[in-house]
Design a protein around this ligand. Structure first.
Ligand code: A3P
Length: 302
């Protein structure tokens, strides 16, 4: 084990996961502690921000975008793990450096990652008119994926039973807050800002069609052959086997993949294996109330 991992193992021995809040949104306490630094984060004009609600396919899109910029150079894309290549601005994973510090130390052009709801995004992103790729995934699959992630991620609180978690998720009482507010907030923001809004389900259905949207947004041109190479390298199976994308380099005291692998299923519709009939009715009613009139629509099966 390297020195950094040893430090992490030592640190995690005494850890007690605590949550705090910023403007009513739950976050790990470590994030709340450095909120001023996060709020005052200095974006740069040529940054590209990848924004998502947790478990919407962030890592997947990070890899796709990195490979687009590298024009399909797989070897270069393996230079570092996804979470090193793309700093996560509001994370403060003690004893490691914060996302803010990692981003500040990075040369431009940078890809950055955030799960922040729109109202909490550091203002400099708007001042600098930074381009944002927002990835949305249907709430039912997000909820299931997040439930497993809570269990394996020792930096997040225990989710409790599935039934308990279902209620918490629906109420927005989970880290990074309400899925509904998140997807709607970012959807509305696209009227005013440079935001490309894409869907996990569309990427599963036809990745190359979605890459073309990303290419246009990133002002890149790539041949069909390169796109096919990217598709192959970012398939679920390839990313599950790739140590740079499957989080296997993170010590098990932080992400315990024996409980649930980071690259878990990668499907649309896994919610059907978890939602009880009664839960589905409750969810659909809430979904209708919250999403109606927003102009947004999600597919929960293909
Ligand atoms: P599941 O738990 O449903 O499998 P994030 O990166 O935002 O944390 O999202 C993680 C989710 O995206 C996980 O969902 C993971 O399996 C899925 N995912 C990651 N890479 C993928 C890929 N190449 N194809 C499909 N799904 C992928």
């Amino acid at each position: 084990m390297d020195e950094e991992s040893q430090k992490i193992v030592e640190f995690m021995k005494d850890i007690e996961v605590k949550m705090g809040q910023v403007e009513g949104i739950p976050f790990p306490e470590s994030t709340c502690e450095i909120w001023d630094q996060i709020h005052n984060f200095q974006a740069r004009e040529d940054d590209i921000l990848i924004a998502t609600y947790p478990k919407a396919g962030t890592t997947w899109v990070q890899e796709i975008m990195d490979l687009i910029l590298l024009e399909g150079d797989v070897e270069k894309s393996m230079r570092a793990p996804s979470f090193v290549k793309v700093p996560f601005i509001e994370i403060n994973p003690k004893p490691r450096k914060s996302g803010v510090d990692n981003a500040n130390a990075m040369e431009s052009p940078r890809f950055l990652k955030t799960h922040l709801p729109i109202q909490l995004l550091p203002p400099s992103f708007w001042d600098k008119n930074v381009r944002v790729v927002y990835v949305a995934r249907n709430a039912k699959d997000c909820m299931v994926s997040y439930f497993y992630f809570h269990q394996m991620n020792k930096g997040l609180p225990d989710p409790g039973t599935w039934d308990e978690y279902f209620s918490k998720f629906l109420a927005g009482d989970v880290p990074w807050g309400s899925w509904f507010d998140h997807v709607i907030g970012w959807w509305k923001a696209k009227e005013k800002h440079q935001i490309l809004y894409i869907f996990y389900e569309d990427l599963i259905e036809d990745p190359i069609r979605e890459y073309r949207k990303l290419l246009k947004f990133l002002r890149k041109h790539l041949s069909d052959e390169v796109l096919e190479k990217i598709r192959h390298h970012t398939s679920f199976q390839a990313m599950k086997e790739n140590p740079m994308t499957n989080y296997s380099v993170v010590p098990a005291v932080v992400l315990d993949q024996s409980i649930s692998p980071f690259m878990r299923k990668g499907e649309v519709g896994d919610w059907k294996n978890h939602f009880l009939v009664a839960q589905n009715i409750v969810f659909d009613e809430e979904y209708k109330k919250r999403i109606e009139g927003s102009g947004l629509s999600f597919r929960t099966q293909l």
